[in-house]
Design a protein. Sequence first.
Length: 154
Amino acid sequence: MALSKNLKHLTILLTILLSSGCQHAFINSNIVEFSSIEFSEGISTRFKEKSKQYFEINNELEGSSLLITKLTFKKRTLYGGISARAKEIEILGELHFQLTSTTKSQLGIITTVTQMPSNEVNPQAEISAQRQLKNELEFILLEDLVQEYWLLES
């Protein structure tokens, strides 16, 4: 009886482990492959390294390419209150790209916006927070670019 109970738990454990392994392979397949990936001169090496998590070069594919032409971040301060002091900071991330396949070519712009409260008391902390937001916006822009690719392919 104890052996049957242990065998039942072992079977459940093995089923969970095998099914989670299958799911991992499915999630990992979300990397998009191109025959070439190019970046314009103004794109930072940090962004190029981040893009390797989402895009790969596969020389066996022909005609599919990705060109990232421009990546910009714009800061805007929003004022308010009685004395018109800085209340929030808005950062707009903008990514210009060109996707090319054997049948079509698509130019596009992806934008994303985030806001954070202003910190007039400690400007150094505000600058550090802005850098963190830019890093997060880079990941969001890359994820949106992958979604845009899949929308164009379907």
